[in-house]
Design a protein around this ligand. Structure first.
Ligand code: UDP
Ligand code: MG
Length: 324
């Protein structure tokens, strides 16, 4: 039996780009169905992430025009990761496979063919990986590479050059639903679920319209979430560094004592100032890192819902996957 595919599209203020990309998603679903790769009931599920423009109206219009388009709306803007999660959790009982993709047409939708083929060959997770960064500027390439190296150094292993364009089977999603964390970093969490996986390369284009909602501040926030969600290596690093500083201080103490006992002690203002500045700097950074983790524990301990769906363009009962 052919798998029923749901394409999950997070949308935040995408009124400019949705009318351009929605037909492309529809075309892809039709093409895959005609080629006998996916089942007839396959859908495009838009997740409106609390947009303040007419995105939700556009999604509702699309769903009235064609039954392939479905939409859910989050009660407010919760960010890209939560929007994707809402879509995945909604789809897990309605279909057999999901592919999450950005709304802006940056990810090449033709990579979906290879993703579905990989699923039909037995893979449960297929990561979309950018094939090259030749079109990027040197700065962009350098910062992106440093980002992956930095994450790996801090113990957060992620698939290189993979963002959130991936196929996940409903079976994996049902297991993933047990990962109840609020601090979401999907590209790091999905590999933790396991199951057979592979990668598919694709070329990432420019946005078809509109502008990015991922300024540097959000990207740094995502990187911090990634590290704190996947690893406690920073805490171990400050422990090692603390031991190193303590060892050096111990040698310094002996030296100071010997100097004093020999009666050679001098005012020593500069060395004192340097040591105080250095050690207090180290302490503040260490406290900051510990504070970041405590903050994350605080947020996790509240068990607040990770998304709240306020509206749907359809009745979930009608879309239920008979096979699930
Ligand atoms: N997005 C979202 N919520 C947000 C920000 C972004 O759902 O708070 C969606 C956005 O509509 C798009 C995807 O996440 O489909 C990626 O965002 P964007 O293209 O702005 O990021 P970039 O590709 O520049 O990293
Ligand atoms: Mg984009």
């Amino acid at each position: 039996m052919l798998p029923k595919l749901y394409i999950i599209v997070p949308c935040y203020n995408e009124e400019e780009v949705l009318p351009v990309t929605a037909p492309l998603f529809l075309g892809k679903i039709r093409e895959l169905a005609e080629r006998g790769k996916i089942a007839e009931g396959s859908r495009v599920l838009f997740v409106n992430d609390g947009s303040s423009d007419s995105t939700w109206e556009i999604i509702k219009d699309l769903s009235r025009q064609n039954e392939v388009f479905l939409g859910i709306s989050q009660s407010r803007n919760r960010g890209h990761q939560n929007a994707v999660l809402a879509g995945l959790m909604e789809a897990k009982d309605l279909c057999d496979i999901t592919i999450s993709i950005d709304a802006d047409g940056q990810d090449d939708i033709n990579a979906m063919d290879a993703m579905v083929d990989a699923y039909l060959d037995g893979c449960e997770v297929v990561y979309g990986v950018r094939s090259s960064r030749e079109t990027d500027t040197f700065f962009k390439r350098f910062t992106a590479q440093s980002f992956y190296k930095f994450l790996a150094f801090l113990g957060a292993e992620v698939v290189y050059n993979h963002a959130d364009y991936r196929l996940i089977s409903a079976r994996v999603l049902r297991e993933f639903a047990n990962f109840g964390e609020v601090n979401l970093f999907l590209r790091g969490l999905v590999p933790l679920v396991g199951f057979k996986s592979t990668t598919v390369e694709y070329v990432r284009h420019e946005r078809l319209a509109g502008s990015s909602h991922y300024p540097l501040k959000k990207m740094v926030g995502l990187a911090v979430d990634g590290v704190t969600s996947l690893s406690i290596k920073p805490l171990q690093l400050i422990m090692s560094f603390g031991i190193f500083v303590a060892a050096v201080s111990f040698i310094g103490c002996i030296w100071a004592l010997v100097t004093a006992l020999c009666g050679k002690a001098v005012a020593g203002w500069a060395s004192m100032t340097c040591i105080i500045c250095f050690v207090s700097g180290v302490q503040l950074i260490s406290l900051g890192i510990i504070g970041e983790y405590i903050g994350k524990i605080y947020l996790e301990s509240k068990h607040r819902p990770r998304y709240i769906i306020s509206e749907r363009t359809y009745q979930p009962e009608n879309e239920k996957n008979e096979r699930a």
